[in-house]
Design a protein around this ligand. Structure first.
Ligand code: NAP
Length: 481
């Protein structure tokens, strides 16, 4: 380890150059409210320059063999891992999550780089049996071209590597617009990619407060052939529309409203552990966090008691604190949203079993909360909470649970807990979700496809599917044989 968080860049990165600007914006530590650094507030014109750079770099990068690209990606992976500790410190400083979670995310983020370095070598086409004696049919896979990536603040490294690694492995070049709240990790990744020998223009990072203006440029420019976005469904829909004129390929990883079903025959300890992991990780600020916890009547009280006890054992504080496992929310709007959802739930008859208020640790800390007596008419059931509040809904029958679980426009993650394999399998098949955890609260990794159905998005990240998102299939018919 030879870098400290202070050594990481605070300039944007375009065409292999570290770009400054007289306009800058502050990056704030959500645990303390203190400014950590400032980064350039780039413009729509800068975004166009980044597209120029990515376009110029495309022919040479896409012409390299997958093996040569893999060599650069592997070096990048090694450098990320070598700098894991300062990167984790940087992440906790700008995003707030507990250091142990930041360390986990650095490893998780790097795993996509390692995995796609290898998977890029397996971008296989097909030979197809002919329908005419004089012809032969093959398909080949080719990089789609210049890619634009727009990413959220809740996983400042992994949401970037999950897009950049497969894009680069496929032979694409890319422009990343990181979240305004967490640009430092994105720039740190670019620094390490540069050190790994990534040619100029292959990866560009545009920091900006003008997400809308920069987003419009990235969507409108016909040289950008693909947009990959992780963030809210609301913004995803705007980008989907904006990409229509140039008919871009899209990956949209959008919001969720994950149901977590606890059946009467669940192993109680397993269900509580799964709910804790799914609900309170990153202070409840993940797209796959259990948003609605559906508990069958026979186990409801025991589950609520055990979950409340486990929630009370969480240690709340700045992510750097000893043993802390619940950090602050990202900003004042996030706290306001949780408070408003709680007020609505309590007004409509919900009961606060534990928590239910801000914590003395600081203005952005909210106590781990368990809310019982939740009903379908409450806002907390229809909206993504994005905070450490477990909302418990009681149900009687399996059909009722499945109907409740599916009664949302979202379909990202779902979880269920049951010791009955038949019930678990049938329920997993019926849940309208891109991913289902059975007796498991955390399931994401680089080798499995991550993504949603319905208004939770399009496409998949990770796994072979994740590489395919950056490839086009070309059919070649060889005639005159
Ligand atoms: P967000 O407000 O949609 O922002 C995501 C990104 O889009 C940020 O970089 C943001 O920039 C940018 N953006 C905002 N408005 C834009 C516009 N008009 N044009 C172009 N870009 C725009 O979401 P968030 O609050 O950062 O993230 C939380 C959401 O992400 C949740 O809904 C969560 O479920 C979802 N999420 C989904 C997944 C998944 O894999 N499905 C994973 C993680 C998070 P600024 O930061 O400058 O506003």
């Amino acid at each position: 380890m030879d870098m400290t968080p202070d050594d990481f860049p605070t300039s944007a990165y375009i065409g292999g150059e570290w770009v400054t600007s007289k306009d800058r914006f502050a990056v704030v530590n959500p645990a303390t409210g203190l400014v950590i650094a400032s980064v350039p507030d780039l413009t729509a014109a800068d975004a166009r320059r980044a597209i120029d750079a990515a376009s110029a770099a495309l022919p040479a990068w896409s012409a390299k063999t997958a093996k040569d690209r893999a060599a650069v990606l592997r070096r990048w992976n090694e450098l990320i891992l070598a700098e894991a500790e300062p990167l984790a410190q940087l992440m906790t400083a700008e995003q707030g999550k507990p250091l142990a979670e930041s360390r986990g995310e650095v490893a998780y983020g790097a795993s996509f780089v390692e995995w796609f370095a290898e998977e890029g070598k397996r971008a296989y086409g097909r030979t197809i049996p002919t329908t005419a004696a004089s012809k032969r049919y093959v398909t080949i896979k080719q990089p789609i071209g210049v890619v634009a990536a727009i990413t959220p603040w809740n996983f400042p490294i992994a949401m970037i590597t999950r897009k950049v690694a497969p894009a680069l492995a496929a032979g694409c070049t890319i422009i990343v617009k990181p979240a305004e709240d967490t640009p430092l990790c994105a720039l740190a990744l670019a620094k390490l990619a540069e050190k790994a020998g990534l040619p100029e223009g292959v990866l560009n990072v545009v920091t900006t407060r003008n997400a809308r203006g920069v987003g419009e440029v990235l969507c409108a420019d016909s040289r950008v052939r693909k947009l990959t976005f992780t963030g809210s469904t609301e913004v995803g829909k705007v980008l989907y529309r904006q990409c229509a004129d140039t008919v871009k390929k899209l990956t949209l990883e959008l919001g969720g409203n994950a149901p977590l079903i606890v059946f009467d025959d669940a192993d109680l300890d397993q269900a509580v552990a799964g709910a804790m992991a799914s609900k309170y990780r990153n202070a409840g600020q993940t797209c796959v966090c259990a948003n609605r916890i559906l508990v069958q009547a026979g186990i409801y009280d025991r589950f609520a008691d055990a979950l409340a006890k486990a929630a009370q054992s969480l240690i709340i504080g700045p992510g750097t604190g000893q043993g802390v496992n619940l950090g602050p929310l990202i900003n004042a709007e996030a706290i306001a949203k949780v408070e408003s959802l709680m007020a609505d739930a309590v007004k409509r008859g919900g009961t606060v079993k534990t928590g239910g208020a801000k914590d003395a640790a600081g203005s952005l800390f909210y106590k781990p909360t368990v809310l019982t007596g939740v009903t379908a008419d409450m806002d907390i059931v229809g909206q993504e909470i994005f905070g450490p509040v477990a909302a418990l809904i009681k149900f009687e029958t399996d059909d009722e649970a499945i109907a409740l679980a599916n009664s949302t426009p979202f379909g990202l993650a779902a979880y269920l807990f049951s010791q009955n394999i038949s019930r678990a399998w049938k329920t997993a098949e019926k849940l309208e979700a891109g991913m289902v955890g059975v007796n498991e609260g955390i399931f994401s990794n680089e080798v499995v496809p991550f993504g949603g159905v319905k208004e939770s998005g399009l496409g998949r990240e990770g796994a072979a599917e994740g590489l395919d998102e950056y490839l086009e299939t070309k059919f070649i018919c060889l005639g005159g044989i």
